[in-house]
Design a binder for this molecule. Sequence first.
Ligand SMILES: O=P(O)(O)OC[C@H]1O[C@H](OP(=O)(O)OP(=O)(O)O)[C@H](O)[C@@H]1O
Ligand SMILES: Nc1nc2[nH]cnc2c(=O)[nH]1
Length: 171
Amino acid sequence: MPELIPLISQQEIKEKIREIGQNITRDYKGLDLVVVGVLKGAFVFLADLVRQISIDHEIDLLGASSYEGTSSTGQIVFTKRPDLELKGRDVLLVEDIVDTGRTLAKTVESMQLLNPRSIKICALIDKTERREAQINVDYSCFCIDGGFIVGYGLDYNEKYRNLPAIFNLKL
Ligand SMILES: O=P(O)(O)OC[C@H]1O[C@H](OP(=O)(O)OP(=O)(O)O)[C@H](O)[C@@H]1O
Ligand SMILES: Nc1nc2[nH]cnc2c(=O)[nH]1
């Protein structure tokens, strides 16, 4: 039976998202912000984050998937493309986690083809141990070394996304 070890509490998540939301609000004043959440994992974080951004902005979604169990297959499959016109606009990609960095590297590459004015990255978790692609996370809520984490949108074989806090999964 997998074991769940508490890592980041609901309260810590709430406080950090409020702070990051204020920073985004300040930095994007006067810009044409489109917040693009990367499904599936980012759906919980995205919903909480946009409610802490107090300037006008639009929201879109893209889908990217590459994990089987705790390992990246290395093959990023885009399951959904954004619907909004992004040309000339200020895109903020919202991810639940940056691990190897492969998903975001491919995602940024594909978003650049749509000619936005700017692309920045906001991640709930910046996990550094397995990083392979050079990714600059502009807004990071929590930085951790390693482990496989679940909860608050993050899954293991599609389970545990509903947990309200973040846990280390021990198999
Ligand atoms: O930096 P990386 O090593 O590429 O890992 C990060 C990606 O892994 C997870 O997605 P996953 O493929 O599990 O799909 P999901 O969001 O649908 O769970 C997560 O949501 C990120 O998109
Ligand atoms: N759930 C989950 N998905 C990931 N995708 C890349 N790293 C992780 C992780 O630690 N946990």
